[in-house]
Design a protein around this ligand. Structure first.
Ligand SMILES: [Zn+2]
Length: 292
């Protein structure tokens, strides 16, 4: 086993294999090579997911992202830990869903979606479930509505595109990169997918399953709006140079991301970052009978 080989021997082995003279590299470089050599091969499902992202993004960007860029979607400094973690687990097909239950005695019924009885998978939950009780359609329509306010041409969503949403590069008619629009798309698609997953977990773990019940679509809508407004508020907070120093988010990036999508935007100053009560232009539905 690798652990049994003395390090010096291993370094010599690596040097021989790579054709490097021992004196040509530092200890740090050799350690790096050894780590790379000892890495387990990527899981088949991970390789498939990375490939799906590459193809989905390449179709729209007209250039395939590098593997390194694809993996950066799981540690995006611009995204909350929850979204990066959700992406990372999905890259590895790490959630115990659908097929993972097929050969576990006594749990076979968990293979299927309890709303439509199709085989369940993350792709099914996020994009395919056509049950009227599923929040999928409501959430993606809201995401599309907000992106259209920013003149983003809504693409046909695929699983690869949802996982690689941070890699899309929207451009204007002159071919100029639209950084704000691309960033908005990343935030909206990432938050939407994560919310669909959270609602599915709440439904399965906390709600009556037989017959299946689910969140009311009005609640789904209101939770999506709340989550997007939360990201907008977070962006505003992160511009605070007193709190975050050189790591503070640039105001121009925040303005560029959200401008065009805000409620009563014509009444806001051009630099609205420090204004209170700034919300996106899609509003919550009120329960009937209130504030009439
Ligand atoms: Zn379903």
């Amino acid at each position: 086993m690798t652990e049994d080989i003395p390090l010096a021997d291993e370094v010599n082995q690596v040097a021989t294999l790579t054709g490097m003279a021992l004196g040509a590299g530092t200890q740090r470089i050799f350690h790096k090579i050894i780590r790379e050599m000892n890495k387990p091969p990527p899981r088949r499902r991970t390789t498939i997911n990375v490939s799906r992202i590459r193809h989905a993004v390449a179709e729209l960007n007209e250039q395939a992202p590098t593997t390194k860029a694809i993996w950066e979607c799981t540690r995006d400094s611009d995204s909350p830990v929850a979204i990066n973690g959700f992406n990372y687990k999905n890259f590895h097909d790490g959630y115990r869903l659908g097929d993972h239950w097929r050969y576990i005695p006594g749990f076979e019924e968990r293979v299927r979606c309890n709303l439509c009885k199709e085989d369940e998978s993350m792709e099914h939950i996020l994009l395919e479930c056509e049950s009227p009780l599923a929040p999928t359609r409501t959430i993606w329509l809201l995401a599309e509505e907000l992106c259209r306010m920013k003149n983003i041409k809504w693409p046909a969503l695929s699983y690869g595109l949802v996982l690689g949403c941070g890699l899309l590069r929207f451009r204007n008619s002159k071919g100029k990169y639209r950084q704000g629009a691309s960033r908005l798309f990343k935030i909206v698609v990432g938050e939407s997918a994560h919310l669909i997953w959270k609602l599915r977990c709440e439904r399965v773990n906390k709600m009556v399953q037989n017959p299946p019940s689910a969140h009311h679509l009005e609640e789904v809508r209101n939770r999506w709006i709340k989550q997007i407004n939360h990201r907008l508020a977070l962006d505003k907070i992160l511009t605070n140079k007193h709190r975050f120093g050189p790591k503070a988010l640039k105001r121009a990036i925040v303005l560029n991301t959200w401008s065009g999508t805000l409620l009563n935007e014509d009444r806001l100053p051009n630099d609205w970052v420090t204004e209170t009560g700034v919300l996106v232009g899609i509003t919550c539905l009120r329960p009937p009978g209130r504030n009439r």
